[in-house]
Design a protein around this ligand. Structure first.
Ligand SMILES: [Zn+2]
Length: 424
């Protein structure tokens, strides 16, 4: 499976075309500091220019739990954090497991989002007949094999039948062609939209076996420990179509922070011992994407120990700070937060986007967050790079802390109509 492993190792970081010029006479190169052309040069003042980032794993809570986030505040938080495309999970108050519920959510998103937004479908194993009708509307199927927010758990015994049904629905509707031309696991295996999973170490063998048996590409969300990543590396070597992501909190926080944070440190998968965190960093090349798993709750709810952290506004400054420590390279950030997520999902061309950041170190949590969650587990930690301006398709949509895009101005992304015979 070269398509998955190679994503994290791509040394060029410039597979996508340059995102265009934000101003007259400028020709910024993504991942390079404007002016000098030297990426990640520490200790200098200036600007960082990046293509708009893609977060393939967020929970915007809309509809149903808009006291903690809605499509407008969540996608506004995305822009504030340098993300211009987000993909929203289906574990809403009413799980998105029917075409009808999905349709209502799409309508809401269309009226409210300020950045480009795509949706996923969900399943508890009892809605396979709905799969075909949603292939043109979503970018993947999300399954939960471990407990998380919303009591939304799939019996692992159903896994093979669910993966097979999703694969077949994609094939029947021609969605095998969506990934044509993209260097994705999908293109190589003939599967359609990926299946994304919350599957921790205990159930991961079942998942990897099922992916191998069905040929359906799977994306393992929020890999958090050595036991999981080792399994994924071995499965990939055996030709199983698997990609994976890591969250900033599993890279930048550990079990010690969980103790310090108390109920505010509750998240699933739980924060892990330092040895696991170190293993993730040492094997970052084997991890395809960084995904925020933005999971907002109010501070009062966090006092009760509910699971999840907001992450859209802290991911990029944490990664840029890590770059300055020599923990990863600028091109790794572009690969894992822009190229790979788009490639895994087959997002295609969404128009030019540019994120401009001031080169400055600052303390996270020292200013108001756009997210309605209004707190961060990273408060007090150092971040680098303040988002000054975000442009999408030639229009400034965020500047100096203010979301300028109107609700509904973001695109609700739907898979392109399959082209017969386009797959090569
Ligand atoms: Zn999640």
């Amino acid at each position: 499976m070269s398509g998955s492993g190679a994503a994290g190792q791509d040394p060029t970081g410039d597979q996508d075309p340059a995102p265009g010029s934000p101003g007259p006479g400028q020709a910024p190169v993504p991942g390079q500091r404007n002016g000098s052309g030297t990426p990640g040069l520490p200790g200098t003042s200036g600007r960082i220019l990046l293509p708009g980032l893609v977060d393939l794993h967020v929970h915007l809570r809309d509809p149903g739990q808009t006291h903690k986030e809605d499509f407008t505040t969540g996608t506004g938080a995305a822009l504030a954090g340098g993300f211009t495309t987000v993909l929203d999970m289906p574990n809403n108050a009413t799980p998105v497991t029917t075409r009808e519920v999905l349709g209502r959510k799409l309508d809401l998103a269309g009226a409210r989002v300020v950045c480009d937004t795509g949706l996923y479908f969900g399943s508890l194993g009892d809605n396979l007949s709905e799969f075909e009708a949603v292939q043109d509307l979503v970018w993947g199927l999300k399954l939960y094999l471990n407990t998380t927010t919303g009591g939304y758990l799939l019996d692992p015994d159903f896994l093979v039948s669910v993966l097979r049904a999703w694969r077949d629905a994609g094939a029947r509707t021609g969605h095998r062609a969506v990934a044509a031309g993209a260097r994705t696991a999908c293109a190589e295996t003939g599967g359609g939209h990926p299946v994304l999973l919350h599957a921790e170490a205990d159930v991961l063998p079942t998942v990897l076996r099922a992916a191998g048996e069905t040929g359906q590409p799977v994306h393992v969300c929020h890999v958090c420990c050595r036991a999981e990543l080792e399994q994924i590396i071995a499965a990939r070597a055996a030709g199983i179509p698997v990609t994976c992501g890591v969250t900033p909190h599993h890279l930048f926080l550990s079990a010690e922070d969980a103790d310090r944070l108390g109920p505010h440190g509750e998240v699933r998968p739980a924060l892990r011992p330092r040895a696991d965190v170190d293993y993730l960093w040492e094997n970052l090349a084997a991890i395809d994407v960084v995904e925020s798993d933005h999971a907002p709750h109010t501070p009062a709810e966090k006092d009760q120990g509910v699971f999840g952290f907001p992450g859209l506004e802290t991911t990029l400054p944490l990664l840029l700070w890590a770059e300055r420590q020599g923990m990863l390279r600028r091109e790794d950030i572009v690969a894992k937060c822009h190229e790979a997520p788009a490639r895994i999902l087959g997002l295609g061309d969404r128009g030019e986007s540019v994120v401009e950041l001031d080169e400055v170190e600052f303390e996270l949590g020292d200013r108001e967050l756009v997210s309605r969650a209004a707190w961060t587990p990273f408060a007090g930690r150092a971040g680098y790079g303040r988002v000054r301006r975000v442009s999408v398709r030639g229009r400034v949509v965020f500047e100096d802390g203010v979301v300028l895009a109107e609700p509904g101005e973001g695109f609700v992304l739907r898979p392109a109509a399959p082209v017969a015979g386009a797959r090569s």
